[in-house]
Design a protein around this ligand. Structure first.
Ligand code: NAD
Length: 290
């Protein structure tokens, strides 16, 4: 088992670090929040005084931070102190350009690096059932894979540096757009006199089926239990969906890609967040549309 540094022990990182410790790794944890560090200690990690202390002698360094600026600043701080042969694994959701820049800086300094954002929320992070989409050279992927496997159910290489982030924002752009489409279809169905359960039974086995419909139905009492059954509490916050859609729009602008559905979904989530609903589950957009 290896010494692993884990930086960023929030909603996601807390559970992920706990799973690395549970797998037998010697996890040196750091976060700016004392409460997060106390929870990590209770989960079997060792508290580090700062990021540099966390990476001392570590074979792998995992970061799970809010945004690109945090990842870039943290990597600049720790790079001079990394042990020879260490692999940097950034699991945060950040913009593709920053992910590529951070990987290039790490590689220039002689280290391996991957971007490895996740699909699956806080519950999957705690249960160790995340999906990792990984960008980076094949040798870096091979070094990172055993650590990611301890935290997830699927670890898939998407391509070179930045490809993991590209896969993540494209996936979530589909999710944002299909959730809005599913919500408006349920609302129209209701106005046309259709029973929600009857429409679900039909659409979920017809061509209108999607993950937003059958795994995350936005209508309470219909389909499997989802945040809709808890008044849209918990789950995947609308503010995080907006963050991912903005990253997708930024990437689309830089790549000169046409993403009209993604842009429309971003605008709708912007309105939901501006309405003070950013902390509610993203499927709660059905109430905004209603
Ligand atoms: P969070 O805000 O709960 O946790 C982030 C943690 O990072 C906090 O504990 C904060 O104190 C810490 N932090 C910030 N700057 C730091 C620094 N310089 N050094 C050390 N610690 C620092 O966020 P989260 O929900 O855990 O999300 C983390 C990442 O995962 C984000 O990029 C997010 O987009 C992505 N993500 C989240 C979810 C989700 O459902 N929450 C799902 C998939 C991906």
């Amino acid at each position: 088992m290896a010494r692993v540094a884990f930086i960023g022990l929030g909603n996601m990182g807390g559970g992920m670090a706990a799973n690395l410790a549970k797998a037998g790794h010697d996890v040196r944890a750091f976060d700016l929040s004392d409460a997060a560090l106390t929870r990590a200690e209770a989960a079997g990690c060792l508290r580090a005084a700062d990021a540099v202390a966390a990476v001392d002698g570590a074979e792998a360094v995992v970061t799970m931070l809010p945004a690109g600026t945090h990842v870039e600043a943290t990597c600049a701080t720790i790079l001079p102190s990394l042990a020879p042969g260490a692999v940097l694994i950034d699991c945060s959701t950040i913009d593709v350009a920053t992910a590529k820049r951070v990987a290039a800086q790490a590689m220039q300094a002689g280290f391996m690096a991957v971007d490895a954002p996740v699909s699956g929320g806080i519950a999957a992070a705690a249960a160790g059932t995340l999906t990792f989409m990984v960008g980076g050279p094949e040798d870096a992927f091979a070094r990172a894979e055993p650590f990611l496997s301890a935290m997830g159910k699927a670890v898939i290489r998407a391509g070179g540096s930045g490809a993991g982030q590209a896969a993540k924002i494209c996936n979530n752009m589909i999710l944002g757009a299909t959730m809005v489409a599913t919500c408006e279809a349920f609302l129209l169905a209701g106005k046309l006199g259709l029973d929600a359960q009857a429409f679900y039974d039909i659409a979920s086995v017809s061509s209108g089926q999607s993950w937003s419909m059958t795994s995350y139905c936005p209508v309470p009492g219909v389909g499997p239990e989802t945040p809709a059954d808890r008044d849209y509490e918990g789950g995947f916050a609308a503010a995080l969906m907006l963050k991912d859609l903005r990253l997708a729009m930024q990437a689309a602008g830089e790549a000169h890609a046409q993403t009209p559905m993604g842009a429309k979904a971003a605008g709708l989530y912007e309105a939901m967040v501006a309405d003070g609903q950013g902390g509610r589950d993203f499927s709660g957009i059905i109430e905004q549309l209603a």
